[in-house]
Design a protein around this ligand. Sequence first.
Ligand SMILES: Cc1cc2nc3c(=O)[nH]c(=O)nc-3n(C[C@H](O)[C@H](O)[C@H](O)COP(=O)(O)OP(=O)(O)OC[C@H]3O[C@@H](n4cnc5c(N)ncnc54)[C@H](O)[C@@H]3O)c2cc1C
Length: 452
Amino acid sequence: MSVSPDRVKPLNDRAPREGDFVLYLMQQSQRAQDNDALEYAAAQANRRDLPLVVCFGLTSYPEANLRHYTFMLEGLAETAATLRQRRIQFVLQLGEPSEVALKIGRRAALIVTDRGYLRIQKVWRKKLASAARCPVVDVESDVVVPIEIASDKQEFAARTLRPKLERVFEKYLVRPPKTKLEKGSLGLELGGEEISSALLRRLQLDDSVPAVTSFFRGGTGAAETIFRRFLRAHFRNYREHRNQPQTSDVSHMSKYLHFGQISPVWLALEARKQKNAGAKNVASFIDELLVRRELAMNFCHFNEAYDTYGALPEWARKSLGEHRRDKRAHVYSRAELEAGATYDPYWNAAMREMRVSGYMHNYMRMYWGKKILEWSPSPEEAHATVLAINNKFFLDGRDANSFANVGWLFGLHDRPWPERSVFGKVRYMNAAGLERKCDIRAYVAKVNALSE
Ligand SMILES: Cc1cc2nc3c(=O)[nH]c(=O)nc-3n(C[C@H](O)[C@H](O)[C@H](O)COP(=O)(O)OP(=O)(O)OC[C@H]3O[C@@H](n4cnc5c(N)ncnc54)[C@H](O)[C@@H]3O)c2cc1C
């Protein structure tokens, strides 16, 4: 058994050549378990009778701050230790991923990397493939169904992607085989940084957004522990409570998925093993993890303008434009919003949850974003503000999910609704809806109890 060939794509056509090792540039899939790119690279190393080296380029990533880097390095320290047990050297160097891989890869017979769908991730892979002297191969490791197998175009909505995924997803719900390395690479002299708090300090990050380790520690081990607790104690309420922000019956996996610290295939398989959870909960969870999440990747992959207002559907922009001059009852600056200083206690609580813990319940994310649309001078400004705050405070921010879901607030993957002030035909939410549908006061109390 080997990694599915549908996940593997050559990025250049360099002729095979001799080398001292196979190099895996780890970027998107930052884990040592259930990582198709790693296992593909391991099998290739054995085939060539070479050791495997894993490298990582630590660089300044757009919009990332101390909160994000702390979580990421917590995960990478664990990944490095797990790889070491398999006699694989993990080399972290400061620099753009492509540059680090090119430098270390001068002595490589083959470079393998993992797939990413955002602009900068594509640029890095392109630079690597065009400058490398050896073949470069990309392995799609962080989706269940490879993105171009699922669809060959930008999908309109979950309802158009769902049947396409459902037709093929069983085939891809397979864990990659774990390959035993025949040759270790720990003895190779390749340099590299030690992962430590001193390294974090050297990066001179924006530290206005502090780490949230006391709420969520990064790493595959933490992800597995949290997920097993979810399966044991919360899963049987999942579908009923997905829109109940006062409860905690969700998986909390998005941040681990964002940094590639956990595999979506492993999550789906573990969820399906839960015979006592009830079929409706399993189906609902798989729908979020598979259809919603991979719809977001479909959007970013096929729409190059995914982070702009212009990427929103035409009907929505037209309708929002027609209501551009409607009177806004309240307009808040970005600073007032970030401080949670609006007249709305439910909204302020949501903002507090995000600022303090790096997380917000999905239902409150919808309300939070819709209100920013209502309280901004123009829809374009609202879009830029929501995206900036989303990506600044959420541990799972800067993800394909961030761009697609912020887009959803403005009509993406949705349909026109009855027309009203400011929103036009874009779906609207209000506080009365929260009061009717969930125990919003209990949510506020839960957030107020979070310690800063
Ligand atoms: C305005 C707004 C902004 C959002 N910003 C982000 C973001 O920056 N990053 C992010 O990962 N998600 C974002 N989401 C989607 C969703 O809210 C989170 O993925 C979810 O709340 C994460 O919590 P969880 O892992 O406990 O989810 P669970 O309910 O346990 O779901 C399991 C997994 O399914 C996926 N999933 C769940 N809901 C969605 C969804 N609506 N769209 C796509 N995938 C989904 C996630 O990968 C999640 O980890 C946003 C939603 C909205 C409405």
